[in-house]
Write a protein that binds this ligand. Structure first.
Ligand SMILES: Cc1cc2nc3c(=O)[nH]c(=O)nc-3n(C[C@H](O)[C@H](O)[C@H](O)COP(=O)(O)OP(=O)(O)OC[C@H]3O[C@@H](n4cnc5c(N)ncnc54)[C@H](O)[C@@H]3O)c2cc1C
Ligand code: FES
Length: 377
């Protein structure tokens, strides 16, 4: 059994300073970030669960532009956080990180979040990690943690897919970890595979060739949506028990609404010099009329009507209330907020951590009010 962390890191707002930037490939960089003291002068240790993510809070004018990134560093190295970011040539925040952020600059963030982590997954003794492209980041956090803690009771088979050898991430580090034992990496390249690599795509035959005891393993997957679909299909064909399958989605940018005219150069870290908005004295009051289609946004001190079927996010956006979002499909937890009165029906609750539902947290991107509700936004 994995030893639990001695302390848990409670999700919070963080101010980070970029202390180093490492080039990993032609379009991927790792950003090493120091956590700066909070308002009470305390510096929190980064005791996230390995595999969890942070959400960067950038602002374009009045509009919040949040993006989540896996904390690729493990909690066994609690003094620095590392985010490994792939530059999307048309992306807003990844270009900000690559093209604008410099050593010494500060970032605003919130987290950690997510339940695709080693402790929540509680893996079996043989872990199969399947990653595509930048989907390698949560696997690296988990693997680095297993290595740092010398968790020798676990064995890892790591199959990482990339477009070409030039796109392979952490090849040197994975090879070095493998030399110490307990982990077998295999690199799969769509094109130009070098000797010793697999050419093409991950297939069921390839998976079963490298993992003959597949049915005794825990399978972890992260990568582009088509990659994860293909993995699910091959596991289904192989008759794998999906209770031992876990995946992380990086979301669908097509669901995203970037502010008009936004460019990476015009983004600013959110609220670094502002006090965090305190709830108004009205914050927890009941909505005026039960049963009506009303949402009371307690932190913004606004009340709005909604049409049946609308999400809280739809209504908040219409009211000009900025809600941090990422996946917008109930998976990542970025958009969660507290519901202090009324009922909310959610399409998915994956993005909530165990116990949060009972505490009244709701996912605003897929949460639809049922009658009058009060939401802490
Ligand atoms: C839990 C989680 C963890 C993640 N971890 C990592 C990580 O470790 N490393 C990493 O690199 N990424 C990670 N991501 C992805 C990351 O959050 C961003 O989605 C990614 O960096 C792209 O953001 P961007 O602002 O650069 O691009 P965006 O501005 O969001 O644009 C992305 C792409 O979508 C296109 N697009 C934008 N709007 C539309 C539209 N309306 N219709 C069609 N296309 C559109 C753009 O042209 C662009 O190509 C993670 C995501 C999640 C949810
Ligand atoms: S934005 Fe990801 S759960 Fe709502």
């Amino acid at each position: 059994m994995l030893q639990p962390l001695p302390l848990q890191w409670t999700p919070t707002r963080l101010t980070l300073e970029c202390v180093d930037i490492e080039t990993e490939t032609h379009d991927v960089k790792s950003f090493h970030l120091r956590v700066l003291p909070d308002a009470a002068g305390e510096v929190p240790l980064c005791l996230h669960r390995p595999g969890q993510f942070l959400t960067l809070r950038l602002r374009h004018g009045e509009v919040l532009v949040p993006r989540s990134y896996t904390i690729a560093s493990p909690p066994s190295r609690p003094m620095l956080l590392t985010l490994t970011v792939k530059r999307d040539p048309n992306g807003l925040v990844s270009r900000y990180m690559h093209d604008v952020l410099r050593i010494g600059d500060r970032l605003a963030a919130q987290g950690p979040g997510g339940s695709f982590d080693l402790f929540s997954v509680a893996p079996r003794r043989h872990i199969v990690m399947l990653s595509g492209g930048s989907g390698i980041t949560p696997m690296m956090a988990m693997l680095r943690y297993l290595q740092d803690r010398r968790e020798t009771g676990y064995r890892v088979t790591f199959l990482h897919s990339a477009r070409s050898p030039a796109d392979l991430l952490f090849q040197g580090e994975l090879t070095a970890i493998a030399a110490r034992g307990g982990m077998t990496p295999r690199f799969i390249c769509e094109r130009d595979a070098l000797p010793g690599m697999e050419a093409g795509f991950l297939t069921r035959d390839l998976l079963q060739a490298h993992v003959p005891d597949l049915h005794d393993c825990t399978v972890l997957t992260c990568g582009p949506a088509p990659y994860m679909r293909a993995v699910r299909a091959m596991l289904a064909e192989a008759g794998f028990d999906m209770a031992h399958y876990h995946e992380e989605s990086f979301g669908d940018p097509a669901q995203r609404r970037n502010p008009d005219g936004a460019t990476p150069e015009r983004l600013r870290p959110d609220g670094l010099d502002e006090a965090v908005a305190a709830p108004s004295p009205q914050a927890d009051r009941q909505p005026e009329a039960e049963g009506e289609h009303l949402i009371r946004f307690t932190l913004s001190d606004k009340t709005a009507t909604y049409r049946p079927g609308e999400t809280i996010l739809d209504v908040a956006s219409r009211e000009g209330i900025a809600v941090p979002t990422n996946c917008q499909m109930g998976l990542c937890g970025t958009c969660k907020a507290h519901c202090s009165a009324g009922q909310v029906a959610m399409d998915d609750t994956e993005g909530l951590a165990p116990g949060e539902l009972e505490q009244g947290m709701v996912l605003t991107c897929c949460g639809r009010p049922q009658g009058a509700v009060s939401i802490a936004l």
